[in-house]
Each structure stands twice: as structure tokens, then as C-alpha cells.
Design a binder for this molecule. Sequence first.
Ligand code: DC
Length: 223
Amino acid sequence: MTIPVITIDGPGGAGKGTISQAVATRLGWHYLDSGALYRIAGLAAARAPDIAPGELVSSLDLDIVIDDEGQVRYRLGGEDVSEQIRTEEAGEAASRLAALPEVRMALTGLQHRFRRAPGLVADGRDMGTVIFPDAGLKIYLTASAAERARRRYKQLKDKGMGGSLAALFADISRRDQRDAQRKVSPLRPADDAVCIDTTGVAIDTVIGQVLSLAAQTFASLKE
Ligand code: DC
């Protein structure tokens, strides 16, 4: 039996992280935050600028563990980088590195290894198009750039990080453009994806929509 996968793709700030984690928790499935892997790759590349990025990423000394509170922690070379990878700078570095085919290739096997029973919710940009093209349910989440900037602003503020709303809007627009226009695995919905616009929609409503699509799609959830 193939292990079921739900892919949740879309631009930054569309609510993918919150929605994917909630869906994974409700179903008791594994969760892949592929953006975190690109952010870690970005950090590693900034620390070792002399090593070719593809080479560096294929030999990452990375540990992914779940802490006592059930939170995923990322350790790079033994150091916990879970908070550091969430800054805007790390997101920008990730987006730049993500345009390199050799980096995407080096992260493919690692992403496939997250597919474990009873199922996987995979969050990213190319989960439905490239990494898990055989996923049973593919979701593409969007929201207006203004709304996504507002959400990022709130997220950063809640974490005690700074940044102006106008600067975030400019960052988001620039990163969207780069992610959508790159030659390899550009950000786009898979042909068979269900597109959901989350502008002005409560996050719980979207979670409910995804869970009901999952219940209609996967036989294992109907038992
Ligand atoms: O989802 P995020 O903001 O954590 O992702 C950070 C960057 O990584 C994003 O700008 C594009 C890149 N990325 C990617 O190219 N492919 C993925 N599957 C996930 C993220």
C-alpha cells in the first residue's frame, strides 16, 4: 500500500505552515516543512561561502528532533537553529539558494524520507508538482500580498522580532516573483491541485475544508 500524502503549496504567508501542521496533528500524520530545509541550507551556505552549495547541502550535518512539547527542532552541526532560520534574512537566503537546481536535487531524497506511515502532510512550493507528484490530495493556498504581509508582520511581532509592514510587503512581493519565475520547480499549482484563496478567511475554516477534502479522498480515513 502506498503511504498517503497531502501536499500544501503556495507563496509565503498564505497560511501553509499553520494549516499543514493542524491537518497533520488532526490526522496523526507526519509533517514536512520543506521551507525549513531550504532555510537551513541558506544558513549553512552563509556560514561556509567557499563550499559549492550543492556539495554543502548534500553533506548537511542535520538532526531533526521533536522536543518535549512536541515541537520540531532543527540542529545544524549540533547547534539548535530552529529560531534563527525564521528571520526574514534566512527566508531571503533560502529563496536565493532554492533557485539552484543542484540544491533542489540535494534536498529531494531527504524530503522523500518524510513519507512514513500512516501518512504525510507536505508543505512547500513544489510538493505537488515535483516532490510528491503522486499525492492523493494537492492543495494550493493563496492570499493577497497585502494580507500575507500583515500575517508575517504579526507572526514576527509575536516572536519579538522587528520589521516594518511596508518592508515586509516589498520583501514578500520580491520573493514571490523570484520563486515563481525561477527555471527549476517554480512556484505554481499542480494541474490537479485544489486552489483555496485564504484572503479574509479564518484559518479554522480552511483547516476544516482541507480535512473534509482529505476525508473524501483517502479510504484509510473513512474506516
Ligand atoms: O516557506 P518558507 O518561507 O519557509 O520558504 C523559504 C524559501 O524556501 C522560499 O522563499 C522558497 C524556498 N522553498 C522552495 O523553493 N521550495 C520549497 N518546497 C519550500 C521552500
